[in-house]
Design a protein around this ligand. Sequence first.
Ligand SMILES: [Cu+2]
Length: 193
Amino acid sequence: MVSGVLAGVGVGIGAVAAALAVSGGAVAETPWVRAEGRFAPPTAFIPSPAVTYDQGLVPAASWIEVVQRGVGDGMTVTLRVRGMKPGHAYGVHVHRKPCGVEPEAAGGHYQHRVDPVQPSKDPAYLNPENEVWLDFTAGADGSGSASAVHGWGFRPGEAASVVLHHEPGGTGDRAACFTVPFAPRAHAKADGA
Ligand SMILES: [Cu+2]
């Protein structure tokens, strides 16, 4: 099932279930989703869910893994990468739509409280508390990692990819995109928690 150097992905879905609330207030951590892939250009003969638009920053065959874990009413999202440009600082967010041939296919950022003005530029909405940011700086060996912890979960069908940008922060050109089958929270709401 390994499809050579330019493409190849493994997607594993853990128990898709709400985290177990144990009597006494303790909360069990439940794995939700783990996805990994190797980046390929959108023109690759064998398409990959991991697409690079800028091989200077995200080379073909570089590797990404995203893990989403449910914790109580919230979640932790963890990113690991290998093969990136050493020393480079990347901006990374969860986006609303799957990756496509064009970098803009992934749409805007997933937002817990949705900015009524889209594309969102208002820092009251465009921030790491209201969105899932996974910015990292690649080490000398090209590896990197980041994680984000939130007291809320995704609404169904509104979180579909992780986008790597040229620079940290809320905006910037898109260097690569990874389609991830994020699990929604059973009763996620648009506001509050
Ligand atoms: Cu983004």
